[in-house]
Design a protein around this ligand. Structure first.
Ligand code: GDP
Length: 476
């Protein structure tokens, strides 16, 4: 989030007045609650001999780049649209039809470049379509923290109506708070029944405008290319109402739409620029990769020197292939590499953590992080009666965040095979009046399996319950 002078002072361990004085010597008159941009923060850090590596993770330039721009700096930008809907309702056909009908005659003969997104013109205004249809792509990007879509086009086949994936798509768009425009497709089909579609959509909470609701629904046919310009006009209308805007005059900030390793060209990433302007020569970071923009190619296959907000471009010059959904930010050349390297290290340590198995000590944390939905347990005891008592009591501990399941139980000492099973199913082991044998102990150490031994049943139950609710007393 935004960093104010006050926060920066705290993070750098300096007095606010000290920071303000230093800013003055750098030619900036700042107040305590003023927000500081990345460049200034980096220069300040340099003044205090704090290297970027020493800055806490909140100083990540990507986050600083996310700072809201001054409303006065914002200008309209083309809306970015994702097409969603049930399989076979015509998402791909619609994307193709729109693309074909909106390239100029000069370009129509040429090859169309697939870069993951394309721009079309409607009444002299641009609209960007993301080329990968479906809510899965939309949501996997969102899961990575990237929201690039301004408007969702929900395609519903007029002869088939609302289907399960239609409802899914509606819910995905709603949870992302993205406005929906419905394209009732396949109007050319003999069985087309748009009123039935409208009725079904109304039942899902999308009430058509002509029925007094506020959802725009446009009848189209991807095959016959009818209704397409109506659809585009409606997209522009919604974009205007939503005030889809960005500041073009700042360092670029965008999202990786696609990326691959090209044999001849090296890492190639399609970036949708969302704020600012990306230029040849800019230093950039994207996820754990970094580099300098060597060349940019637009969706028509033309080389370009700059890309403004809502422009999709292929970018050459990254040192490695970033991931779809990664944020790309243009940054000060001095820090690009170190930030990327810091991120690689952080990712590695996160992966190490992920490979760690479930344990009672950090169970609550893992539940909170959503890393654990099933708490798997292996139960061993000296007699069958205790096993049954333990199993019942443990399973009844389930709550709404986590379900307890007993993946294995048996009479006898905890052996190596118990540990391997626990490792494969990410389980912890509870022993009642039994202990692990030597092999099991060794295996548990390498496999990082948590083994707990008890002599009183309710203590075992208490521990698991406490761990689930974050109340477990630390082991000393
Ligand atoms: P997607 O799975 O949603 O991407 O659907 P497709 O675009 O692959 O289309 C599924 C099928 O419906 C294909 O056989 C298309 O030719 C057909 N189709 C798509 N749009 C129309 C249309 O407007 N009219 C008719 N009659 N068929 C269509």
């Amino acid at each position: 989030g935004p960093v104010t002078v006050k926060e920066l002072a705290g993070k750098m361990g300096r007095e606010v007045s000290d920071i303000i004085k230093k800013l003055m010597t750098l030619g900036t008159m700042a107040t305590i609650n003023q927000e500081v941009d990345l460049d200034t923060a980096v220069i300040l850090a340099g003044e205090y001999d704090i290297t970027v590596e020493e800055l806490p993770p909140e100083e990540d330039p990507t986050e600083i780049a996310e700072i809201e721009d001054d409303p006065a700096s914002l200008v309209l930008r083309p809306p970015v649209v994702t097409v969603m809907g049930h399989v076979d309702h015509g998402k791909t056909s619609l994307l193709d039809a729109i693309r074909q009908t909106n390239v100029t005659a000069h370009e129509a003969g040429g090859i169309t470049q697939h870069i993951g997104a394309y721009q079309v013109l409607c009444q002299g205004k641009k609209i960007v379509f993301l080329d990968t249809p479906g809510h899965e792509a939309f949501t996997s990007m969102r899961a990575r923290g990237a929201q690039v879509t301004d408007i969702a086009i929900l395609v519903v086949a007029a002869d088939d109506g609302v289907m399960p994936q239609t409802v899914e798509a509606i819910n995905h768009a709603k949870s992302a708070k993205v406005p929906i425009i419905v394209a009732i497709n396949k109007m050319d089909r003999p069985g087309a029944n748009p009123d039935r579609v409208k009725q079904q959509l109304a039942e899902q909470g999308l009430v058509p405008e002509d029925w007094g609701g506020d959802t725009i629904m446009v009848p189209v046919s991807a095959h016959q290319k009818t209704g397409l310009s109506d659809l585009l006009e409606m997209i522009l209308l919604v974009a205007e109402m939503q005030e889809v805007k960005a500041n073009p005059n700042r360092l670029a900030y965008g999202t990786i739409i696609e990326a691959e390793l090209d044999k001849g060209r090296g890492p190639v990433a399609t970036v949708l620029v969302q704020k600012g302007t990306l230029r040849i020569g800019d230093s950039i970071i994207a996820g754990t990769t970094y580099g300098k923009v060597r060349a940019m190619i637009n969706d028509r296959g033309d080389k370009v020197k700059k890309a403004e907000p809502s422009t999709p471009v292929e970018v050459l010059g990254l040192n490695d292939v970033p991931m779809a959904g990664d944020v790309l930010a243009a940054v000060d050349e001095k820090i690009a590499r170190s930030v990327a390297e810091k991120r690689v290290a952080k990712k590695r340590s996160e992966e190490m953590k992920e490979s760690q198995k479930v344990s009672l000590d950090d169970l609550f944390k893992q539940i909170q992080e959503g890393a654990i939905k099933d708490l798997n347990i292996v139960v061993k005891a000296d007699v069958q009666g205790s096993i049954e008592a333990l199993k019942q009591a443990l399973v009844s501990l389930r709550n709404k965040e986590v379900r307890v399941s007993i993946v294995h139980s048996g009479v006898g000492a905890i052996n190596e095979s118990d540990v391997m099973l626990a490792s494969a199913s990410n389980a912890l082991i509870i022993g009642f009046n039994v202990r692990p044998d030597a092999n099991a102990r060794k295996a548990a150490e390498t496999e990082k399996i948590d083994i707990r031994s008890y002599r009183v049943i309710y203590e075992a139950i208490n521990d698991v319950e406490a761990a689930m609710t974050g109340m477990l007393a630390p082991e000393y």
